[in-house]
Design a binder for this molecule. Structure first.
Ligand code: SF4
Length: 387
């Protein structure tokens, strides 16, 4: 087995602007001049370029995007809903995806051949998706074959993974899942094999298996791709039901049990509402757990005067607090917790995308090669066919 460099070496921090990391899912370059962030006409320029494009452009805004970007979105949602919305708009040849790289890849896979998907900043990646590379997962599968258990394993990957990983899973008869259908995906997988390799978010995998399906923590092992055989013995692999990839979200992984205890002490009667990408000790201390769409609906339905501490990305929590002035909606953690890569998509990048498209030039197109797209589509189709 080859030695994988330390993750800190592979994924250097990028400064805001034009830079990109060619070794990650974030893309290969970020060409072109950006308008200065200080330009007071940015809103006017984006409005004019979007109007000039008319129905030829469809702008998607992920829930975690900045307000300055969301205001130009034709639709907002989570990654899968946005990819579906793009596919439902074949009359728009240009899809500007205000989200991160893996989301734009999924949109490219699901949209028609004549539609081009544009990511305003190619360096807008996802640290979680970057934690599972194709080579690492191939090596892992070889390790499972060497351990004599690969035939029993069904791979399941979270939507938050690169097209390469979705393609790997499709090639090996597995499925994609979202945070809304992870339980159904695992039930389906366990009807076909006795073990699941869950990529790349260990927390979503563990929380779903233990809290929704009755597996024990002892049924789960964590596969560390930076160690030979994942750092696991053959016995541990043979006994495990859930083989969890050692990946996590750098935003949701920051919430702690202490932050839950702290808000309960400060705010009597508070409801703690968190995303299943949070650590197991956080979700077990919370009152409600669910996807981004679940969180939005839960707050919509909450009675006036109720208090909510929400553990998800800060841009969304701030918008939810503003949308529910009759409720006491607060951020679960005391420290700022934006998704730094989502935040790379700012108004200057959006203006550049819209203006270059209006001028007939496509900058920062995301295109998945046909073979990868074929197998990734198989894994996505399997998700859509889940009972
Ligand atoms: S919030 Fe987490 S999972 Fe979502 S894009 Fe940011 S790092 Fe990735």
């Amino acid at each position: 087995m080859t030695t994988t460099p330390d993750i800190g070496q592979r994924l250097p921090l990028l400064f805001l602007g034009n830079e990109a990391d060619p070794a990650s899912e974030r893309g290969v370059s970020c060409p072109g001049e950006l308008p200065p962030a200080s330009d007071p006409r940015l809103v006017e320029r984006a409005t004019a370029a979007k109007a000039a494009l008319g129905d030829r452009v469809f702008v998607l805004g992920h829930h975690y995007q900045r307000d300055e970007v969301i205001r130009f979105a034709d639709v907002t949602g989570d990654s899968f809903k946005l990819a579906q919305q793009a596919a439902a708009r074949p009359e728009a040849p240009y899809i500007v995806f205000c989200g991160v790289h893996f989301m734009a890849e999924s949109a490219d896979i699901l949209t028609a051949a004549h539609q081009q998907v544009i990511l305003p900043d190619l360096a807008a990646g996802c640290s979680m998706a970057d934690m599972a590379t194709f080579d690492q997962v191939e090596e892992t599968w070889e390790a499972l074959e060497d351990a004599g258990i690969a035939a029993d394993v069904v791979p399941v990957t979270y939507m938050n993974s690169s097209a390469d990983i979705k393609g790997f899973v499709g090639r090996h008869g597995g499925t994609v899942c979202t945070s809304s259908n992870a339980r159904r995906a695992l039930e389906w997988a366990f009807s076909r094999g006795s073990k699941v390799l869950f990529l790349p978010d260990q927390h979503l995998g563990r929380n779903t298996a233990v809290l929704e399906m009755g597996l024990s923590l002892g049924d789960c092992v964590v596969y560390n791709p930076h160690r030979p055989n994942g750092g696991l013995t053959r016995r541990e692999l043979a006994d495990a039901k859930m083989i969890l990839w050692r990946g996590h979200c750098s935003v949701h992984g920051r919430f702690t049990k202490e932050s839950v205890d702290d808000v309960r002490a400060r705010v009597p009667g508070v409801n703690v509402l968190v995303h299943p990408e949070c650590k197991h000790e956080v979700v077990t201390a919370a009152d409600h757990i669910g996807s981004t769409e679940y969180i939005i609906k839960k707050l919509d339905a909450a009675p006036a005067g109720s208090s909510w501490a929400v553990g998800t990305e800060l841009n969304l929590v701030r918008r939810l607090a503003a949308a529910h002035p009759d409720k006491n909606v607060m951020f679960l953690d005391k420290t700022v917790c934006y998704c730094s890569t989502m935040n790379r998509i700012d108004l200057p990048h959006l203006v550049r995308s819209l203006e270059t498209l209006a001028a007939g030039e496509v900058v920062n197109r995301i295109q998945v090669d046909e073979e990868t797209a074929h197998y990734a589509r198989a894994a996505l189709d399997q998700m859509l066919a889940l009972p």
